[in-house]
Design a binder for this molecule. Structure first.
Ligand SMILES: [Zn+2]
Length: 293
């Protein structure tokens, strides 16, 4: 049986899957970020112990974590700051006395959707996260494509606009500064909109003919079109699956897809752009599936 752990900034979730991929147990706990790195490790270990007690066999363990490992095995590019520079995979293997597989959350999302979600049976899948941040992953023939530097699919830090907002990565105008939930809200605020509105509320206001909200949504669709078309021009995936909070914006799949079509290097856009099927469970499921093949 497979155990998947999704280590998030606020919560850590674990799932136990049987050989058919059916979920037999699930647990969720707060991530003890304030207590530091060692507490995070112990939290994962105790979650594994509890889940494994529900299985009659020793389980394989996959972990979805924010960020990626550098070529010395230490965490980089993580928004959970206390993980940065730590040999997370090595420490987990020591603590759990077995090999562990670890991938970033966007890669786990993509793998989950490729194995038995919205990208099932597709030869290649580009998985998109548009949530607190913007990330992505690539699965080809059922296998993750991590890349030489473990950054394959990280379209969120491709440059999109000159004079755009400063991104935490140090560049200005990254895709993430526009196509994330906070990026969308910030754009609405720059246009004069109410800074307290959530992305869903801005979209609802656009539907009620609020001109500022309509402009923010128009910007979002156009930027989505440009940004995703550049990915499709390079990868030409058989399916694109959207995840994260902004993936609930319905018009991304209609007007958004039309904007992609307008920018892609092809007479039409044949690429299906689909909503995810696993929702918030994609991270844990994908982590468990890291041992799938
Ligand atoms: Zn950036």
């Amino acid at each position: 049986m497979e155990i998947g752990i999704d280590l998030g900034g606020t919560k850590t979730e674990g799932v136990l899957l049987d050989a058919t991929g059916a979920e037999t147990a699930r647990q969720r706990r707060p991530t003890p970020q304030q207590q530091g790195y060692q507490a995070i490790l112990e939290n994962i270990a105790s979650l594994v112990t509890d889940l494994e007690a529900r299985s009659e066999t020793r389980c394989s363990i996959g972990v979805a974590a924010p960020g990626a490992l550098d070529n010395t095995g230490r965490v980089k590019n993580s928004n959970t700051q206390c993980l940065i520079g730590q040999p997370l995979l090595q420490d987990l293997e020591t603590l759990l006395s077995r090999p562990v597989r670890l991938e970033n959350d966007a890669n786990c999302f993509t793998l989950a959707e490729a194995v038995d979600g919205a990208g099932q049976n597709a030869a290649s899948v580009f998985g998109v996260i548009m949530g607190t941040g913007v990330g992505g992953g690539i699965v080809v023939n059922g296998e993750l494509l991590p890349g030489l530097q473990h950054i394959a699919g990280e379209w969120g830090h491709n440059y999109l606009e000159q004079n755009g907002p400063l991104c935490y990565c140090g560049q200005h105008g990254c895709i993430e500064t526009f196509l994330s939930g906070p990026g969308f809200s910030a754009d609405y605020q720059r246009l004069g909109g109410d800074p307290t509105l959530s992305p869903q509320e801005i979209v609802a206001d656009a539907g009620r003919q609020n001109a500022t909200a309509q402009l923010a949504l128009e910007n979002l669709l156009e930027r989505f079109g440009k940004a995703l078309a550049s990915v499709i021009n390079i990868l030409d995936p058989h399916v694109v699956v959207l995840g994260g909070g902004l993936s609930n914006i319905d018009c991304l799949y209609t007007e958004g897809a039309q904007r992609v079509a307008a920018h892609v290097f092809n007479a039409s856009l044949d690429t299906p752009i689909r909503r995810n099927q696993h929702g918030d469970s994609a991270g844990v499921r994908g982590a468990a599936h890291l041992w799938h093949r």
